[in-house]
Ligand binder design. Structure first.
Ligand code: GBH
Length: 483
């Protein structure tokens, strides 16, 4: 499949925000410093067998101690914006609405934000990138408690807006609620590792918990947005949304069944969250398959959730081929009763595979996804907040090979071309953040899977730009209209 190439004259608008993204637990380290509380990810990583190389975010990239260095790196890349996340556990170490705020945590993020602004870089901040304060899991089961969790998140959000909203104008409440819910409570491969899969460690109930966790996140998100809009937005003048992950689903065949299955897959992936937020309720396909295992919104909750985003935040990495599944859905099914493929029926893979088992390089899928979202949600502004890849066989590569990451350069070439095609299609794309600024702690895949455009030596914490960083940076420098 040869894709059309956008010509060299293409220009992103002057206000297009491009840069690199990270998340607190994946880069900061310093997990027991300056009052930071323990999180579900500290606990998960300390449980044997959960992280492939038995590493954790305990030191990660040591970014907690390297604000000056990391911001200088971003400045050298010439970025317009930097996407990072706050560790709730640094700001309110125990997490709850009656727990004390930690001034040292506030001071750290003030330093980061002020250093970014002094370098002319726009801070783009996420409130929750999976590192839930452990105390909230112990008190009331964290995300499983749709009554308590939203109240604690609301208070945390208020503290963050109050502390940083004079300088931060781009907010994301949650990163990828799909992952927190399905990976944390369905497949169990992310913290807190709950699943009823008997091949794993059967605690939890995959048939209900992911849907409950997702519901709590939607309510917490909506309450935080309401706080921002009623208490801060008029004076601070920023924008707020959530960021959802989705990978395009292409029908496995031309049959009507497979076409319908691909739509169902997208609904179970992204419309699960986007429909309540942009359209007012869960998709019919989820209601039909899940029945009363899917929590219902009260009329008041629906009204709070509907419209609770100033833009559409999207993370996307790959594409699946989706086939209809004929049998009745299993109770533990999370994907809309489909069969997913990574190769066509003739055996040809859908695209080259990265180090990550789930990541196949399929740029045309991103263009299709962007158009599908544009159409379903009535042409929202779409902020791409993550896109990137790992490189095949990373563990066998020399440092020189890791630095000369042509596989990743080709990934970005293809996906940025797809972004440009989608812009030319009329999709209102307003930002692009490459994941990630740095090699970092890749969750259950540990430190051995590297998504960085900058190489990190995890012993010395030295940072070295890879070819991909130079590519992304020169791409945007060459193709953005100057202010
Ligand atoms: C993002 O998620 C995260 O926001 C970021 O923190 C992370 O570092 C980055 O991607 C790279 O992974 O359980 O084996 O079926 C990406 C979306 C969706 C990728 C779920 C992994 C499940 C793989 N993720 N997917 S598996």
């Amino acid at each position: 499949l040869l894709e059309p190439q956008v010509g060299p004259s293409f220009k992103y608008p002057a206000d297009f925000l491009w840069g690199f993204a990270t998340a607190s637990y994946q880069i900061e380290g310093a997990v027991a410093e300056e009052g930071r509380g323990r999180t579900i990810w500290d606990e998960f990583c300390d449980t044997p067998g959960k992280v492939i190389d038995a590493t954790s975010g305990a030191t990660a990239c040591d970014s907690f101690h390297r604000v000056t260095e990391d911001v200088a790196l971003l400045k050298a890349y010439g970025v317009k914006a930097y996407r990072f996340s706050f560790a709730w556990s640094r700001i309110i170490p125990l997490g709850g609405r009656d727990d004390p705020v930690n001034p040292l945590g506030i001071a750290y993020y003030n330093r980061l934000i002020d250093t970014l602004l002094a370098a002319g870089i726009t801070p783009f901040a996420t409130l929750y990138h999976w590192d839930l304060p452990l105390a909230l899991a112990e008190r009331y089961n964290g995300l499983l408690n749709s009554e308590e969790f939203p109240k604690d998140f609301e208070r945390y959000a208020r503290v963050v807006f109050q502390s940083f909203g004079d300088r931060v104008k781009h907010w994301l409440t949650f990163n990828e609620p799909y992952c927190s819910s399905k990976l944390g409570y369905g497949w169990g491969n992310h913290a807190p590792g709950r699943t009823s899969d008997r091949a794993k460690n059967p605690v939890g109930d995959t048939s209900v918990e992911p849907w409950r966790a997702g519901h709590s996140i939607l309510l917490a998100h909506a309450r935080a947005v309401n706080v921002y809009r009623t208490e801060f937005q008029a004076t601070q003048g920023g924008k707020i949304a959530i960021t959802l992950n989705c990978d395009w689903g292409e029908p496995y065949s031309d049959s009507e069944e497979d076409k319908a299955a691909a739509v169902r897959y997208l609904e179970f992936y992204v419309a699960w969250f986007a429909d309540p937020i942009f359209l007012g309720d869960y998709p019919e396909s989820l209601k039909k398959q899940l029945g009363n295992r899917l929590p219902a919104f009260s009329e008041e909750e629906k009204a709070l959730v509907k419209g609770s985003a100033d833009f559409f935040g999207l993370n996307s990495y790959t594409t699946r081929l989706v086939e209809n599944r004929d049998a009745a859905p299993e109770l533990d099914d999370l994907d809309g009763n489909v069969i997913q493929h990574t190769a066509y029926s003739n055996g040809t893979p859908i695209g080259p595979r990265a180090e990550s088992v789930w990541l196949f390089v399929v740029p045309w899928g991103l263009r299709k996804l962007l158009n599908w979202l544009d159409n379903r949600y009535d042409h929202p502004d779409i902020f791409l907040t993550e896109n990137g890849c790992s490189v095949p066989n990373e563990n066998n590569l020399t440092k020189e090979e890791l630095l000369n990451d042509q596989f990743r350069v080709n990934f970005y070439k293809g996906y940025l071309n797809a972004v440009q095609l989608a812009i030319n299609d009329g999709v209102k794309i307003k930002s692009y953040f490459a994941w990630s600024l740095l090699d970092n702690f890749e969750w259950a895949d540990g430190l051995q899977t590297r998504f960085g455009c900058t190489y990190v030596d995890f012993d010395t914490f030295e940072r070295i730009p890879k070819a991909s960083a130079r590519f992304v940076s020169s791409h945007f420098k060459a193709h953005t209209i100057e202010e």
